[in-house]
Design a protein around this ligand. Structure first.
Ligand SMILES: Nc1nc2c(ncn2[C@@H]2O[C@H](COP(=O)(O)OP(=O)(O)OP(=O)(O)O)[C@@H](O)[C@H]2O)c(=O)[nH]1
Ligand SMILES: [Mg+2]
Length: 306
């Protein structure tokens, strides 16, 4: 199955929800205020967020003044393009260091897919014959570093780990030193899952980031917030809180192969200006893709990009 088909399937619950509701109320011609009000409710329910929804509806209203919509597919296509534009306005590729190791830290709530995403990145870059080091800065969850060790072995990446319960800042420190000494191309830092509401854990996260930035100039080059794509509205809350603690540079949305609710990516891009950089489409090492805003936007409405 192509990535696009996987994405389309993963987002099919959301897209069929949107489509079923719009189908019922759509009438060919000029979009009525009543229709736009209902459309607004549909988008909010799809987790697109108030800000982005308002922008989309305003823009549709404007467009509807100068043209009519003869088919519902025409409307989907127009909305998909507008959503793609929202993504495009914040789009940015993964940052790479000018010299020395490039450092990516993964952060997020429990079970969102941080460690798996690190494994996938390790797979990607070791296959490009890059030297990759993994830092097991999740010293909290039992066996978290064993999980990472398995992936290090499988991908041929080095692993820096300390004993269970030790200071994650110290792991980050050693890993940064090792990355420089071993001339690594990439340092991938795994962190413990934490609830965005736990203040002391957010302080711990800040410390990890501080250590990395002190030891390696320009690091971390990415702080990726990993969000479970099936989460829905809470994803926006998570993003807001994590972004307040550390400088989130991008999102990885995982589990897009399941029944995810992709609307939240639009809300986060629009309200917080944080781009999606990666998407997880499965549990295997190969199941990671760079975000493609158009494919994603079209998948949300269940249509193929032209
Ligand atoms: N289907 C699917 N499952 C995924 C994806 N990414 C991660 N998972 C699964 O989600 C579960 C949690 O993944 P982890 O990578 O351990 O999550 P984590 O964020 O490191 O979890 P903690 O360290 O406990 O906070 C595992 O069973 C993964 O296999 C994905 O893109 N698709
Ligand atoms: Mg983990």
């Amino acid at each position: 199955m192509s990535v696009f088909q996987k994405l389309k399937q993963g987002l099919s619950k959301t897209s069929s929800n949107i489509r079923n509701k719009i189908q019922d109320i759509f009438r060919p011609g000029v979009l009525s205020d009543e229709f736009l009000d209902e459309l607004e409710a549909v988008l909010i329910q799809a987790d697109v967020g108030v800000g982005a929804t308002t922008d989309l509806i305003d823009s549709l209203r404007e467009e509807s003044r100068s043209r009519s919509f003869e088919t519902v597919e025409d409307l989907y296509r127009t909305m998909a393009e507008k959503v793609a534009d929202i993504f495009a306005s914040v789009d940015a590729p993964l940052q790479v260091a000018g010299g020395g190791p490039t450092v990516y830290a993964m952060v997020g709530v429990n079970g969102s897919g941080k460690t798996t995403t690190i494994a996938k990145l390790a797979h990607r870059y070791t296959r490009q014959t890059k030297k990759v080091i993994l830092a097991a800065a999740d010293t909290f969850r039992a066996a978290a570093d064993d999980q990472l060790a398995v992936w290090a072995k499988r991908t041929g990446a080095d692993l820096i780990r300390h004993s269970h319960g030790s200071d994650p800042g110290a792991v980050a420190f050693d890993a940064a030193k090792a990355a420089i000494a071993r001339k690594a191309d990439l340092l991938l830092v795994d962190t413990a899952g934490r609830l965005h509401t736990k203040k002391n854990l957010m302080e711990e996260l800040k410390k990890i980031i501080r250590v990395l930035s002190r030891e390696i100039p320009g690091a971390p080059h990415e702080i990726i917030l990993v969000i479970d794509g099936t989460t829905g509205q809470n994803g926006l809350v998570q993003a807001r809180e994590f972004a307040q603690a550390v400088d989130i540079t991008g999102l990885c949305i995982t589990k897009l192969d399941g029944s995810s609710k992709g609307g939240i990516a639009v809300a986060i891009a629009s309200e917080l200006g944080i781009p999606v950089k990666l998407v997880g489409v499965g549990e295997q090492a190969e199941d990671l893709r760079d975000f493609d805003s158009r494919s994603f936007a079209y998948s949300l409405f269940g249509i193929d990009p032209a």
